[in-house]
Design a protein around this ligand. Structure first.
Ligand code: F6R
Length: 247
């Protein structure tokens, strides 16, 4: 299903509210809420609202376990552009989550250890009982996580090569495209699909053409987000601008 909100603030509030409900429901039964999280500009307002709910509404994250979708490779955790840093600065430092429950793919490992590490990442997700909710943004290539065009629907967590357009879009953060890593570690499409619920968010007219393809286009590895059409546990949450090209 596709749900369109008048603007991104209202949409982000809705997504944060659903996350908060999940956390509270799990708290009531003494279980953990296992969340798949994304970085980038899209989820920032969701994280802002979660921080507000923590501060003003008593929402606790003590029973929350998180797995981030991806990280650049190579990447040091304290580097300006690292997703570890992003998550700390946009969410984790402002809530009461146990840092031992936080997982972001490790961009510091030597190449030969990555395959093993990726299997381990999958295993850790399973060990927690799987992801209750995965939130996604979408790249202009149609990537989800960093599953670029050509990604297989059953792909797992792995090292991937970033698409040229994705590196251009990241150029500003890195002070030039030449500084953007060519690789990343990402959860696979298969990993994402194992989540019990998936929410893809998109705001802004910049995303309207790729949202049209993702929602209405032919299902194809050329636009990995089209795989999401195949599942009814997926919801596209859009603002009017991102939805503006949908028929
Ligand atoms: C980030 C991620 C990416 C982004 C996508 C959109 O963890 O997995 O797929 O969601 O590149 O990025 P923004 O939100 O910056 O437009």
């Amino acid at each position: 299903p596709v749900t369109v909100f008048p603007n991104q603030k209202v949409a982000a509030k809705e997504v944060a509210g659903r996350i908060a409900n999940l956390i509270r429901k799990k708290q009531a039964t003494g279980e953990n809420a296992v969340l798949g999280l994304a970085t980038g500009v899209t989820p920032i307002d969701v994280y802002q609202e979660l921080i507000r709910l923590h501060r003003e509404d008593g929402l606790s994250f003590k029973n929350v376990v998180t797995f981030n979708l991806d990280e650049y490779y190579p990447m040091k955790p304290f580097a300006e552009q690292s997703y570890v840093r992003f998550m700390n600065e946009n969410l984790f430092d402002y809530i009461d989550i146990d840092k031992a429950n936080v997982h972001v793919p490790d961009g510091t490992l030597p190449l030969e250890q990555i395959q093993q590490y990726c299997l381990e990442y999958e295993r850790k997700i399973s060990e927690q009982g799987g992801l209750d909710l995965q939130i996604l943004g979408i790249g202009r290539t149609g990537h989800i996580g960093f599953n670029e065009p050509g990604s297989a629907p059953n792909s797992g967590t792995r090292l991937v090569t970033l698409d040229d357009l994705t590196r251009s879009d990241a150029a500003r953060d890195f002070g030039g495209k030449e500084n953007v890593p060519t690789k990343a570690i990402t959860m696979g499409i298969g990993t994402i699909f194992k989540a019990r619920e998936i929410i893809l968010m998109a705001w802004n007219t910049k995303k309207a053409p790729i949202i049209k393809k993702a929602v209405e286009g032919e299902i194809s590895s050329e636009v990995p987000a089209t795989y999401l059409q195949q599942s009814d546990k997926v919801e596209f949450i859009l603002d009017q601008d991102a939805a503006s090209e949908l028929t």
